[in-house]
Ligand binder design. Sequence first.
Ligand SMILES: Nc1ncnc2c1ncn2[C@@H]1O[C@H](COP(=O)(O)OP(=O)(O)O)[C@@H](O)[C@H]1O
Ligand SMILES: [Mg+2]
Length: 248
Amino acid sequence: MATLSKRKRPSREEKPFKERLKISGKVFDDHTLEVLVKYLNSAVFKSLDYPVSQGKEAVVFRASGYRKTFIAVKIFKYETTSFHKVMDYIQGDPRFNVDAVKNSKREFVKLWARKEYANLQVSFKAGVSVPEPKHHRENVVLMEFIGVDGVPCALLEDVVLSNPKKFFNEVVENMKLCVKAGLVHADLSSFNILVRDEKPVFIDWAQAVSLEHPRAREFLESDCWNVCKYFKKLGVKCDAKELFDSLK
Ligand SMILES: Nc1ncnc2c1ncn2[C@@H]1O[C@H](COP(=O)(O)OP(=O)(O)O)[C@@H](O)[C@H]1O
Ligand SMILES: [Mg+2]
């Protein structure tokens, strides 16, 4: 039988994976598949179930572990166009050397994933309500799946809170813990807070910066504005300036 030239052949496993999971864009390139296969072979999880969300920079999957456990798998796409915008959140953070990755988009994407993992580790250790970080390899970050019986929890944006004031206080407590740990989330809004048992879980940490970043305070102020804007609409008394002053 004639074999297809390498160029014409669909890359290994990519097609069935994509079709089964209805993935758009190039998420499963060969390198990403290799990482996923390593995790499967080392029994970190036993199957990739479905995409919970498909964003411009990353796709988040639910994966099944053994003994009815679940895990969230965040895959940062190598094929992305929006990375120049995120330079501001990495340049100036003393923990990461952007010069080493300036000329390679792939290396930059890997660094971005590493940054999400590092930020999750710091915030988790500091007691902030975040998904527990589990593993990281190249452009793939594994973390605790925030869900109930395998169903992902909803974003704050999509739920009706029974006690907005109480929830707001929890958000502020978590913001305090972040600052105490030396971090600013820098994209905190109702789109990056999940609601589990009426309590906030902060997600999406790649852009979070160290307090030593020259724009950290500006980012913190913007987080305060976003949070206050949201809760004011729900009738909670909140002054962004006061909140910022109480945190900085
Ligand atoms: N640990 C998690 N458990 C359950 N769902 C998650 C988890 N992390 C992210 N998600 C879901 O995936 C979506 C995208 O994740 P996020 O980290 O915000 O990436 P981005 O906004 O950059 O695409 C979230 O809005 C949420 O619905
Ligand atoms: Mg997000």
